[in-house]
Design a protein around this ligand. Structure first.
Ligand code: BEZ
Length: 255
């Protein structure tokens, strides 16, 4: 698995993939933040969920690996604290009562280091409330992308292993090995409606699967994306809408 540092297209993210933070609202319910709590949001993106937590809690910090996401978050929510930070290697001056993370940890190849970092940044009794892609996440999309890249002769790109999608058994064991006590773990199927009825899968690939197209000329990349979308019709197009085959894991654990 590779650690990635690609440039996020914040416009495409906010215009067509806002479901990433829209779905995160129910994770905030699980976090159940309190006014006096100090909370860290790991992978804050453009800051929407950080702001929702900050509407309740007095001290909230958002970190993200992507400088352009942090820039966008600061522009949208200038009163809040955002920093560039790597989930597997960050050092903040004070500990937190809770750490929240939505749709980020599957990007973190050094997941053991990330678990240690979270543990170290919690006060005793502090908690993590996290959700990210679990086993079989976006399997139909990625299998179809890989087979299409192979057909076009892009064998190397087809082998790219970008994400960490663990089972709850695997991930809770990682957390326990670090010292966490896991109190809640869930894997669930969450077909996710994509905004554009014509180009849903195409947009998703442009937003999230850019590294698979490294070295692929733009005109070929566009044809490959169109083919992938066409080949997914039976599996992922229903009632005039495209759905990404998301599977999530949700975990709550205490220090
Ligand atoms: C996800 O949120 O599950 C996800 C997003 C982008 C790429 C892979 C997975």
């Amino acid at each position: 698995m590779q650690q990635l540092n690609h440039q996020w297209n914040t416009k495409l993210y906010n215009e067509k993939h806002s479901f990433v933070y829209d779905y995160g609202a129910s994770l905030i319910d699980l976090l159940n933040p309190k006014p006096e709590e100090r909370i860290l949001d790991i992978g804050c993106g453009s800051g929407e969920l950080t702001a929702a937590i900050a509407a309740v809690s007095n001290e909230v910090v958002g970190i993200d690996f992507s400088p352009n996401m942090v820039e966008k978050a600061r522009a949208q929510f200038p009163a809040l604290a955002f920093q560039i930070g790597d989930a597997s290697d960050f050092k903040l001056a004070k500990q937190f009562d809770a750490i929240f993370s939505n749709a980020t940890l599957h990007w973190v190849s050094r997941y053991k280091e990330a678990a240690h970092c979270m543990y170290d940044h919690l006060v005793p009794g502090g908690r993590i409330v996290v959700e990210f892609g679990g086993t079989q996440n976006v399997e139909a999309i990625i299998n179809t992308l890989r087979s299409t890249l192979r057909l076009w002769g892009y064998t190397e790109q087809a082998f790219l292993d970008l994400w960490y999608f663990p089972s709850i058994g695997t991930y809770t064991s990682v957390l326990e090995s670090v010292g966490f006590k896991v109190t809640f773990a869930q894997w669930y199927d969450r077909p996710t409606e994509l905004v554009d009825e014509k180009e849903g899968i195409l947009d998703w690939l442009s937003m999230f699967a850019k590294p698979f197209f490294k070295g692929v000329p733009e005109e070929n990349a566009m044809e490959i994306k169109k083919e992938v979308q066409k080949n997914l019709t039976t599996q992922l197009f229903r009632d005039g809408k495209w759905y990404a085959d998301y599977k999530r894991i949700r975990v709550v654990a205490y220090k």
